[in-house]
Design a protein around this ligand. Sequence first.
Ligand code: ADP
Ligand code: MG
Length: 200
Amino acid sequence: MTASAAASEATTPVMSLESVTRDYLQGDETVHALRSTDLTLRAGELVGILGPSGSGKSTLLTIMGGLRTPSSGTVTISGQPFSNLSEKQRARLRLRRIGFVLQASGLVPFLRLNDQFSLHDRAARTQGDTDRRDHLLDSLGITKRAHAYPSELSGGERQRAAIAVALYHDPDIILADEPTGNLDSVSTDQVLEILRRSVD
Ligand code: ADP
Ligand code: MG
């Protein structure tokens, strides 16, 4: 890589949104879930998005993660088009680069917690890293639950498990939708510290 290519890589945002909107059609009414939004995320940034219920936070995050497409506007990842790729291409990019913590945990119901990590290895064709897995389970305080199914976990444990799985493949971008919503204040502090450390 040339020096100028390296320099431009350092300054290119990890993700950027330009005039992104999303409308939903409900009957014959249009819901403007997300009005025109510009957002630039740079490496190492921890960004919080605040707003009352129904203000479009989940809509925004699912568009950033490529689970939904915008009604207008574009999302780019490292300067490359993202939101206008096919669903399959977005899924591939998401698998490699994005860690998603969704409100509905996103854990696979019929897999024990340990196996949720192996599933990612198989999908991404990566070597399993049991040290990293065990470290994440430990730092989130759920080592003892490693053999449990999601339905056997408490809401807070499930949420922490989803965070561990999302961080496992060391994604460039972590999108978390109310990741501390089900946690007590001690666990909330832990999770915020873990997220802060993982963007360093
Ligand atoms: P938040 O996460 O901030 O609570 P959402 O992004 O979930 O907000 O929702 C924003 C608005 O879009 C709300 O008015 C919600 O009812 C509406 N909405 C969200 N998803 C859909 C959908 N699939 N169909 C129709 N309306 C939706
Ligand atoms: Mg929401």
